[in-house]
Design a protein around this ligand. Structure first.
Ligand SMILES: *[C@@H]1O[C@H](CO)[C@@H](O)[C@H](O)[C@H]1NC(C)=O
Length: 157
């Protein structure tokens, strides 16, 4: 009986959500708003905006991982980035599952984990002072992960 009630109330929440979260620009909470808006493209629904941001980050990380793979034999930053991108993709996959389940708590943990992976890669590439193309792309990935985390705080539990 209790279980049935939970299931019913959950579906009511799911139906009501798009109405509640509509209207505002979700990217207003992000640190890198221009980048956020270029990915979210006007999507007002918070869950949809978070999902599209995570998917775009996964796509770009997969590409960056290929670049890192070709250079990782030279060691240094690229080797770190290769393995960190791999972990980051795993964490983002988990985050997508968490989002589908409206599990905001786990979503936050798994997105934070991916942000740390990008952070470490960024540092390994010389951080902000690095000027090569790969280092710049890893900086962008880090900013996108930061945006995903910001958007995820709007996801209703
Ligand atoms: C996300 O991370 C948390 C903490 O490690 C974990 O409990 C949760 O199951 C993860 N989500 C998925 C879908 O694995």
């Amino acid at each position: 009986m209790v279980l049935l009630f939970c299931m019913v109330s959950k579906s009511v929440v799911a139906i009501a959500r798009p109405v509640i979260s509509g209207g505002r620009d979700p990217c207003s909470v992000s640190d890198f708003k221009v980048l956020c808006r270029s990915v979210v493209k006007g999507q007002k629904n918070v869950n949809a905006a978070t999902e599209v941001s995570i998917r775009e980050l996964m796509k770009r990380t997969t590409k960056a991982k290929e670049v890192a793979a070709s250079g990782q034999k030279s060691g240094g930053g690229l080797k770190t980035c290769y393995s960190n991108y791999d972990s980051a993709i795993g964490n983002l996959q988990k985050a997508l599952k968490d989002l589908k389940k409206n599990d905001g708590f786990s979503l936050n943990i798994n997105l934070s984990a991916s942000l740390t992976e990008f952070d470490t890669c960024n540092d390994a590439m010389g951080g902000a002072k690095a000027s090569n193309v790969f280092a710049r792309s890893t900086k962008t990935l880090h900013e996108m992960a930061d945006n995903c985390l910001a958007l995820s705080t709007l996801v209703k539990q």
